[in-house]
Design a protein around this ligand. Structure first.
Ligand code: COA
Length: 226
């Protein structure tokens, strides 16, 4: 199957693992409207891809994702709020939640660096998550006087326990990969130097164990569940 090319997303395939990479490294992979549209299309394409046995979502360069692009996502649609902003917002929620959480193969979020605000949603939507010890997580919205918006608060409430979720949303304090593992936000944390190698080991384990049809229990199809 030919792999489509995108302006803000990279797709690399090797040995059954598909690496889906948010690719705006100069902007720390902040999510622009174009990135949302590219991701939405890429995940739709990959969901039927026979070469993809495990999907790993990560970021290019130093960051996983610096959240929504403050300029392009929040202010870019000002001139045409109903159409332009609405389109970006629908694509944003669709790929980060619906498409990822119902992806037919197992998904791993590999958090290689900064992960802020809206970037939490795609971590929560993936089946498993691994982080670099050095990664920096933050629900920074409170620094502008608001709680995490969109679907982030809901995702965090589902994934973290109530005390940790409230603490990080109300203070905006950052935490590293080791802390993310300790509070159960990710499954494992490794030094950045070995993060990719460890993620490949995990993906291979999933490929050995997962039945070819229904990847994870919550995604069981009617045939396998019966
Ligand atoms: N929206 C738009 N642009 C962003 C961005 C965001 N969320 N996060 C980073 N960028 C841009 C910066 O404006 C800068 O662009 P420039 O080179 O054209 O000036 C570039 O990315 C690099 O950012 P910089 O702050 O210089 O990198 P850093 O490595 O020192 O710090 C972060 C990285 C992620 C810690 C820092 O950029 C940051 O705090 N970003 C905001 C994160 C956030 O609060 N997100 C929630 C949004 S709701």
């Amino acid at each position: 199957m030919t792999t489509k090319k995108y302006e803000t997303v990279l797709i690399e395939k090797q040995d059954g693992i598909t690496w889906l990479i948010m690719n705006r490294p100069d902007k720390r992979n902040a999510m622009s409207p174009q990135l949302h549209l590219d991701m939405d299309d890429a995940l739709d394409e990959l969901s039927g891809d026979p070469e993809t046995q495990v999907l790993v979502l990560t970021g290019a360069g130093e960051a996983f994702c610096a959240g929504q692009d403050i300029k392009l996502y929040f202010r870019g649609g000002d001139a045409d709020p109903k159409r332009a902003r609405g389109k970006a917002s629908r694509a944003s929620n669709q790929w980060r939640w619906q498409r990822l959480s119902t992806f037919p193969e197992p998904t791993i979020a590999m958090i290689n660096g900064y992960c802020f605000g809206g970037g939490f949603t795609q971590v929560c939507a993936c089946d498993l998550a691994v982080a670099a010890d050095e990664a920096v997580f933050g629900l920074s919205e409170v620094n502008w006087g608001i709680l995490p918006g969109g679907i982030v608060s809901w995702n965090v409430a589902q994934t973290l326990n109530m005390r940790d979720g409230m603490y990080y949303a109300l203070t905006g304090d950052t935490f590293d990969g080791k802390k993310a593992k300790e509070i159960g936000f990710v499954n494992f944390s490794y030094p950045k130097a070995t993060l990719k190698e460890e993620t490949i080991k995990l993906a291979k384990k999933l490929m050995e164990k997962s039945p070819p049809c229904c990847a994870t229990p919550r995604k069981r199809c009617a045939r396998c569940a019966s």
